[in-house]
Design a protein around this ligand. Sequence first.
Ligand SMILES: Cc1cc2nc3c(=O)[nH]c(=O)nc-3n(C[C@H](O)[C@H](O)[C@H](O)COP(=O)(O)OP(=O)(O)OC[C@H]3O[C@@H](n4cnc5c(N)ncnc54)[C@H](O)[C@@H]3O)c2cc1C
Length: 429
Amino acid sequence: MRPKSLGATGSVTVANGPVAAGVECENIMQGVESYDVVVVGGGIVGLATSMALAEHGRRVLVLEKESDLAAHQTGRNSGVIHSGLYYRPGSLKARLCAAGREAMYEFCARHGIPCERCGKIVVATDEADRRRLDELERRGRANGLDGLRRLSPAELRQIEPHAAGVDGLLVPQTGIVDFREVCRAMAAEVRERGGTVRTSTPFLGARLDGSGLIVNTPQERFYVRGLVNCAGLQSDRVARRCGIEPDVAIVPFRGEYYTLREDRRHLVRNLIYPVPDPRFPFLGVHFTRRITGEVEAGPNAVLAFRREGYRRSDVSLVDLAELASFGGFWRMAMRHWRMGLDECLRSLSRHRFADALRRLVPEIRDEDLAPGGSGVRAQAVARDGALVDDFRLLQAPRMVHVLNAPSPAATASIAIGRSIARHAIGNFG
Ligand SMILES: Cc1cc2nc3c(=O)[nH]c(=O)nc-3n(C[C@H](O)[C@H](O)[C@H](O)COP(=O)(O)OP(=O)(O)OC[C@H]3O[C@@H](n4cnc5c(N)ncnc54)[C@H](O)[C@@H]3O)c2cc1C
């Protein structure tokens, strides 16, 4: 990824028009509030990064456009503290998930946030799954997961009496939590350390100015030494508003959930997952017990026609036009059209959704499933159409942009935040 070249004055293009360096800047500088770092985005990655920066003594300003924190991916996810089973050993995901998982359990214990290390099972339903399960087990061991245990069909049923499969894997490190509660505690820590967290304050743009950046919001301008972009579904746009042209674009994939009717919750004790298709970064529909006791089934992965569109009927012409003008989107669509079609059909038919779930728990009936919530994943797609699998950061003068923070970024957030903070401090002090 290449940052746009800087002009002679050191200014970069901003969304609301470049401000001429010099005279106007001096005016702006008198009376503008200054911070060490502005973090764009009050989701879990932005807040964890802010917490780490505040721990290093930086005065942080968090800008969140919504009236609440964690309003998008973080507040609409499955609430699973992932183990790190799936990820390629040595990848950022693998390293940061392992470190972040344990940091998350400690953080919850320190703040009295309910969470449970309940473990999960991955169920192989045929011979092809069994071979993939071998690879998952190998990855899990390479990623340092102790206590992984292969399960015969009978052992599977001892742990989850209603699950069925030819083989299984028990992963004891997996847990559940409400990540919105985690965010509230993270914001409180940022404030305790002298930081400011502003909701209902959209970031509009930033430009380099001398030894810092001028940051625009509708209400105010701020002067900062550096910026960290943790804007999730809007992260590529925020980068552009800083004059950076990323070579990936965010493609939104909605994940829809059903909730298991209360009198059928007994069919699932904890978490029951299928063996994922290694060609896709999504895990396949599964069962998750929430920390509040409900059992959710899902999420699927359908292309969303609006970045922050949580209903099937949500469409944004701006978002669609942007997608259509990105070559990488068409290359991705050509490559994965069959899987996309299957997911769409499953989204439209509860029966097909239930069919996928019956592979794991055969007693599930269509009528056991009531419509649940949904979330939209910010999936970075490269120009060649590849779904970017690992976390991705882009550095530019005085800026760090987080351009891909998919699952397990909520689990790994504390470790990701520490890593981003190190990059940011190395970049602009
Ligand atoms: C359906 C689903 C299920 C998932 N399940 C899990 C799971 O079980 N476990 C797990 O670890 N991970 C899970 N994930 C992934 C995880 O939720 C995300 O990786 C993580 O929440 C990303 O956090 P974030 O802070 O980067 O993004 P977000 O939570 O989306 O936060 C970005 C924030 O930036 C704000 N913003 C955007 N533009 C601007 C602007 N211009 N000005 C100010 N603010 C702005 C947004 O309003 C938003 O609040 C799941 C994701 C989805 C969608």
